[in-house]
Design a protein around this ligand. Structure first.
Ligand code: PHE
Length: 339
């Protein structure tokens, strides 16, 4: 019995497939298997009662041991086969449906604007969100006591640093850094001290743009705006200018978009006016060019500030600005496939 046990252990050790284990089962426990034959061939007539008892007990133990070990080995082979299969590359297997992330609606529109402007020879420049009072206000012709500061109250940090209230803060930085001529846009996050409601947020995105070159006029500004908006909304759009006041542009405008929903007839979206106020803009004030180290007698330019958050809301029909920063991934997931 001890011999048979050792033979069995040896055989199981070298078995690697389910078929080999099955053969071992037949060799040891089958009808003519060595363990089965042990019982059949035993000569009980020559054994004492105690010997018979011992023999029976040992034989049972051996049978149990063999059954148990063979079953274990068979299961191990099965598991190994499944594992091997799952590691194989099966190109015909159905996909596992891996969940990819989704881009935020603002990111989608920002990327689209970057593409459109790059196609027109603009560079994309990112400025700091923590800004000095100088670049955010002073260099833009907004001195300390200017009432325009009231409209852009913001979060003050130490050392006269603030969270920028508009991407215009990047105008003079960029002019100083690259000089003229230049075409650039600066998309980014801005902050203001606002009471939050469906159309106001303390954190929002803008996309500023500047062009400085010789003989730049309002006609260039209108043309660039019209082309850009036509590409964003994927149809020809009409725009108009109204006078607007910003200390850093002269003349300053509000550029309105002919309402895309009613075509200008008047509807609730455009408050029955036929127009939607969209992009503040103007020719860059000579004082601002000077802060940027550019001679206003030689160069002129225009600047515009697209409300990126607002544009994304218009484009996707999002009516409450609070969705934009809520951090709920379902917001991203439903717009990411629409571009
Ligand atoms: N920075 C201004 C704002 O946030 C918008 C603006 C940009 C106006 C560029 C004119 C030119 O309100």
């Amino acid at each position: 019995m001890q011999n048979i046990k050792e033979q069995l252990e040896q055989a199981l050790k070298s078995a690697t497939t389910a078929e080999q284990v099955e053969q071992i089962r037949i060799d040891f426990l089958g009808r003519k298997g060595s363990i089965t034959l042990l019982a059949k061939n035993a000569d009980f007539s020559k054994m004492s009662v105690d010997e018979k008892k011992n023999f029976g007990r040992n034989l049972n133990e051996l049978k149990q041991f063999a059954t148990q070990e063979i079953t274990k080995a068979a299961e191990a082979c099965k598991a190994a086969t499944v594992h091997r299969k799952s590691n194989d590359l099966d190109l015909t297997a159905p996909g596992k449906g891996r969940r990819l992330g989704a881009l935020h609606p603002i990111t989608l529109v920002q990327m689209e604007l970057e593409d459109i402007f790059q196609g027109m020879g603009f560079s994309v420049v990112y400025g700091p969100e923590i800004e000095s009072e100088y670049f955010c206000f002073e260099a833009l012709n907004i001195p300390h006591d200017h009432p325009a500061r009231d409209m852009q109250d913001t979060f003050w940090l130490k050392n006269q640093l603030i969270l920028r209230t508009h991407t215009s803060a990047n105008q003079v930085r960029t002019l100083k850094r690259f000089g003229a001529p230049i075409r650039a846009i600066f998309p980014g996050r801005c902050f203001r001290y606002e009471a939050i409601d469906p159309s106001h947020e303390n954190t929002f995105y803008q996309c500023e743009g500047v062009v400085v070159d010789k003989d730049i006029s309002v006609a260039n500004l209108v043309a660039i705006m019209r082309v850009t908006l036509s590409q964003v909304f994927k149809r020809d759009v009409k725009v108009r200018l109204r006078p607007g006041y910003f200390p850093f542009v002269e003349p300053g405008f509000e550029l309105d978009l002919n309402c895309l929903l009613c075509g200008g007839k008047g509807c609730p979206t455009c408050k029955n006016s036929g127009w939607i106020e969209l992009i503040p803009c103007g020719l860059i004030h000579p004082e601002v060019l000077r802060h940027g180290g550019i001679d206003p007698k030689e160069y002129s330019g225009f600047a515009f500030g697209v409300g990126l958050t607002r544009l994304a809301m218009m484009k996707f029909g999002i009516t409450d600005i609070r969705y934009m920063n809520c951090g709920d991934l379902r917001v991203n997931e439903q717009f990411s496939t629409l571009m």
